[in-house]
Design a protein around this ligand. Structure first.
Ligand SMILES: [Zn+2]
Length: 290
C-alpha cells in the first residue's frame, strides 16, 4: 500500500532550540520554530482536505488507492511535544509521537505523565528506541533487540497497553532493524526513506517518510502531501545521493558532518562545547534526509 508520511522533530516556541530534545548543533538542525510549524500546518491544510490517518487505521496489504493516506509523525520525544500537540489541536489533527524511551523524565524530554497526556489526547505514542543509537543499522542483533524491547516495555508500562508503532532513530534503517522491531511486537515501523510505498517485514509494515527540517518551506510540506510527484522525486534523488556518500565515506561522513555543524554553530549565541554537541544520532546516522 502507499502512504504519505511527514516527519518532524521538536517544535519549539520562539526558536528556543535548547528547550526540547537532544542538544547540539546537529540536533538543532531538525528543530522547527513554532510559527514556522504553524505555517506548515496551514499550508498542508490548504492543499489537503483530510482527514489525517493514524497507523493503526492503515490496512496493510491494501492496494494503491487514489486517496493515499497522509500521516504526521514527530521523532525524539522532546518536551516540545506538548506545545506541538496544542498547535495540532488548532487544526483538529492527531499525530504520532515517537519517544526515545530512555530519555523519558530527563531534562528536555517528555515526562511519563506527559506521555500519558499525549496518548489520552488521541495521539499515537510509539518507540524511537531506548537510547537513540548513533547508527541503528550497525548495531549487533542482540543490541537491536534490546533497544526495541526495552523501549516497548517502558512505554507499555507507562500507557498500560501494547506499543505497536516505532520509528528508526536517524532513519538508519536495514531489514534487520525491522526484523528486530517485529520481534518486539511492532506492527508499523517508520524509517526516513522518502517514499510512499510500504512493504512488510515479518508482519511489520515498513513505511517511508518525508523529513522536514529547520528552514524547510511550508510549500514543500504542502506539495509532498498534495502528492506532487516532482517534489517527491527530487527528495528521493537527493536522499539517495547523500546515502551513497555516507556509504562510501562511512564514519568519515559522520566526523565531517559534525565538524562542519559545530563550526557553523560557533556563533556568540551558541556556546562552544555545548553538552551533547555532536552526539546526536539522528542527523549523522540518518545520512540522507533526516
Ligand atoms: Zn531521532
Amino acid at each position: 500500500m502507499r502512504a504519505i508520511t511527514l516527519l518532524y522533530h521538536d517544535v519549539v516556541p520562539s526558536g528556543d532550540w535548547a528547550s526540547s530534545g537532544f542538544q547540539g548543533a546537529d540536533a538543532d538542525e531538525y528543530k522547527m520554530d513554532g510559527e514556522d510549524f504553524r505555517r506548515h500546518l496551514k499550508a498542508i491544510k490548504d492543499r489537503f482536505a483530510g482527514p489525517l490517518t493514524l497507523a493503526p487505521e492503515l490496512s496493510s496489504g491494501a492496494s494503491a488507492r487514489e486517496d493515499v493516506p497522509v500521516l504526521l509523525t514527530f521523532d525524539d520525544g522532546g518536551a516540545g511535544a506538548i506545545y506541538t500537540a496544542d498547535m495540532l489541536d488548532e487544526f483538529g489533527w492527531k499525530a504520532h509521537f515517537f519517544v526515545t524511551a530512555g530519555r523519558i523524565d530527563s531534562a528536555g524530554f517528555l515526562t511519563s505523565r506527559q506521555v500519558r497526556e499525549l496518548h489520552a489526547r488521541g495521539h499515537v505514542i510509539g518507540s524511537h528506541s531506548y537510547t537513540h543509537p548513533l547508527q541503528m543499522a550497525r548495531c549487533p542483533a542482540a543490541q537491536l533487540d534490546d533497544e526495541w524491547r526495552r523501549s516497548v516495555a517502558c512505554l507499555d508500562d507507562i500507557l498500560g497497553e501494547p506499543t505497536l508503532t516505532a520509528s528508526v532513530p536517524g532513519g538508519y534503517y536495514s531489514r534487520q532493524v525491522a526484523v528486530s522491531a517485529a520481534r518486539a511486537g511492532i506492527k508499523w515501523l517508520f524509517n526516513s526513506e522518502p517514499v510512499t510505498r510500504s512493504h512488510t517485514v515479518e508482519g511489520c509494515l515498513v513505511l517511508g517518510r518525508f523529513g522536514a527540517k529547520r528552514g524547510s518551506p511550508s510549500a514543500w510540506s504542502a506539495a509532498v502531501v498534495a502528492g506532487e510527484g516532482a517534489v517527491r522525486t527530487r527528495e528521493y534523488m537527493f536522499w539517495n545521493t547523500k546515502k551513497v556518500a555516507k556509504m562510501i565515506l562511512g564514519p568519515v561522513w559522520l566526523r565531517v558532518r559534525v565538524a562542519l555543524l559545530e563550526r557553523a554553530s560557533r556563533a556568540p549565541q551558541s556556546p562552544p562545547g555545548e553538552p551533547g554537541s555532536g552526539r546526536y544520532g539522528n542527523s549523522p546516522g540518518d545520512g540522507p534526509v533526516r
